[in-house]
Design a protein around this ligand. Structure first.
Ligand code: MN3
Length: 267
């Protein structure tokens, strides 16, 4: 995949300039490649080099989160994930989490100022956690997908593949655990490939979420997730979640996942 500036995204990834391919703007990549030191925005003179801070689309000017654009065309993942699913999933479902997050922040501000009943703290803090997780999960999700013509599928290389072999035994064993975990999520949720920050050497594990954040594995940082809410697959696969999971393996952008792994684990 090439961005509008004609810069090879994988070259930028290999140079460690972007965490998840395609999400950062061409202009930012171009200036970083030019050695302009533009690795994200400056805040009070200190560079911000944080995955979530850079990607969640918070507008300081407006004081709200905004839906980041899908980093590829809705039909890019065909035939594995169809364009209509992608359009609805990003434009309606992901947008709803962004809206819900903004609403929760606004209501909690009103609570703090005494405008509404304190009993509603419980409701709105739940709304906050659910919608913030939904926004973050989908933002990560889009950034780790690539269609067949953009290098999606296959398997990772380099340090990530070595770590998968070390921690799961083989790529096939990882894939088996990842798909089995995703297939077993009760109701709506996600399966994740995570790095645990407290364990040395970039230790990898598979975890799961129910809904957006229930079962969250504290201390872990996701580098790949598969959305198994029915809205992610029902139009094309109906109730056949395992068929969707098989297709999903063909649209994983392992270069992006590897870059995320490297950014967490370090050199
Ligand atoms: Mn979803």
């Amino acid at each position: 995949m090439h961005d509008s500036a004609g810069i090879d995204r994988r070259a930028a990834l290999a140079a460690g300039l972007v965490g998840v391919g395609g999400v950062m703007s061409a202009g930012v990549v171009a200036s970083a490649l030019a050695g302009a030191g533009a690795r994200g925005q400056e805040r009070q003179g200190k560079p911000v080099d944080d995955f979530w801070a850079q990607r969640l689309g918070y507008s300081a000017q407006k004081g709200v989160f905004e839906l980041p654009p899908l980093p590829f065309a809705p039909e890019a993942l065909e035939p594995h994930i169809d364009a209509q699913t992608m359009t609805l999933h990003h434009g309606r479902h992901h947008q709803a989490y962004v809206n819900g997050l903004n609403a929760a922040l606004k209501k909690l501000g009103e609570l703090r100022d005494g405008a509404i009943e304190p009993a509603l703290y419980r409701h709105w803090t739940r709304e906050l956690a659910f919608n913030a997780a939904g926004h973050a999960n989908h933002t990560l999700f889009w950034g780790t997908l690539a269609g067949p013509s953009a290098g999606g599928g296959g398997r990772p290389a380099g340090p990530l593949l070595s770590a998968i072999d070390r921690d799961f035994g083989s790529f096939e064993k990882f894939e088996g655990q990842f798909k089995a975990t995703a297939a077993a999520v009760e109701g709506n949720g996600w399966a994740w490939l995570v790095v645990h920050r407290a364990m040395p050497g970039g230790r990898l594990m598979v975890s799961a979420s129910e809904r957006q954040q229930d079962l969250y594995f504290w201390g872990s940082e996701p580098i790949l997730g598969v959305d198994v809410w029915e809205h992610a697959y029902y139009l094309k696969y109906q109730n056949r979640r395992s068929d969707y999971l098989g297709a999903f393996m063909n649209v994983i952008d392992w270069a992006a996942v590897s870059a995320r792994y490297a950014a967490i684990v370090g050199p």
